[in-house]
Design a protein around this ligand. Sequence first.
Ligand code: BG6
Length: 512
Amino acid sequence: MGISTTRIETETVPGEAISKERSVRPCVLVLFGGTGDLSKRKLVPALYNLLKEGLLPAAFEIVGIGRSAPDEEAFRALHREATAKFSRTKPLDDGTWANLAGRVHYVRGDNESPETYQALTAKLSELDATKGTEQNRIFFFSTPPSAFPVILAGLKKAGLLHSSHGPKGPFARVMIEKPFGHDLESARELNKMAAAFVDEDQIYRIDHYLGKETVQNILVMRFGNSMFEPLWNRNYVDHVQITAAEELGMEGRGKFYDETGALRDVLQNHLLEVLALAAMEPPVSFKADEIRGEKSQIFRSIRPILAHEVESEVVRGQYKGFRDEPNIAKDSKTATYVAARFMIDNWRWHGVPFYLRAGKRLEKRCTEVAIHYRAVPLCLFGRDEVCQRLEQNVLVLRIQPDEGIEFSFMCKQPGDDLFVSNVKMDFSYSRAFDRQPPEAYERLFLDTMRGDQTLFARRDSVEEAWALCTPILEAWQNDPGIPLYEYDPGSSGPTAADDLLKTTRHRWRPLA
Ligand code: BG6
């Protein structure tokens, strides 16, 4: 049963952080791994759309570093083809592409060789002199993490990593793709290593979920309305479910995924970041470090799952046929599904389970946060056990697809008898706004150019998230008794995940 909400035509309110600094500074974006998959599918298409919408600064140049394209023309051609295919806006606009292509440069070389950095330095000086890029540089590492130290050392040696000199001085910033480490120790080492080359205010650790409109809207919904916050605590909330379900399987990423698995790939970063936004206290202001400080508090309040609790608090699964995919070990124990129950030890959330689940090859693509409210204390319209079983009120923040928010509540069915039904109020982004939401990378590029780190993961939070996940990974590795459940592709995951919730008398929301 559906009731729709539409946008009320009122003035839009520019947020403080946005109105403060709309303008982005002139700069050069250097893409390490410029011929790789991420550059082709996401990064260059994002830049194309930013240019199309007039959001890039007039002085903006791109330098790709890679090996597979023989020269600049080939580099541009490969990105033209990829952007036509992967851009969110189609068909490719020739004028915009020609404008972007004129800003695209290429340095052919590998990350280890000093000549690459010499050639890059010469190119950057030339662009500063001819295009007015004012020695502002953003270095994007779209490479395996093993390449980070060598790239940072190469840039440092070439004198390209100058510290920030105030808001108007030249900047050098690095954007680093996940995975940021593969456990707590490696994340700490990576952070320590990065800190030897650049300051924390120069590091932009990407979690592309934070660039999604619907993820950012969690804070606007919580702190831009007075009616939700009083109900956002253990007095009213029974439990919270955070889901990232995917229909897709390996898509050619078998080698990476077999070493990674669902816990490292999605739960450690995307899901814990979303949990932090859903559970954090109101920040003092919308400034980057105020928000990141509150998120860090939440990570520190999450009760660690200890080795002996892993079997009862976490379920891992693998879809049937995973081991037959290319580049997957025939005896792989990699989890393609994970579900976990986390408790937050603070005043707001004490006793409220947060269930997180992520998986590949499930029945439906669905990412959402569902706040399940407590049942009414006394059932006036039916038998008590029916009331207790039926969830009267669930608030669902639909991250993707079908972006929106829905709220279910009880309603009297029309008629002279007293029958009640559960109905939904439904807000849909596509119905309320006529503008297509930007891709996450568009926002993340702009914020890096502005020097706004709000939507990037801070050093302490990355390590805290790994501290929560590492004991689980270790228990899986060291205790052969912890089961790895099989599930059918196209299902909602292993049935053991349902049992995980049954112990606390809950059940997962259906994916379909
Ligand atoms: C990435 C993971 O970080 O996020 C992928 O490495 C996953 O395995 C992807 O598919 C999901 O992102 P999105 O934006 O499609 O939900």
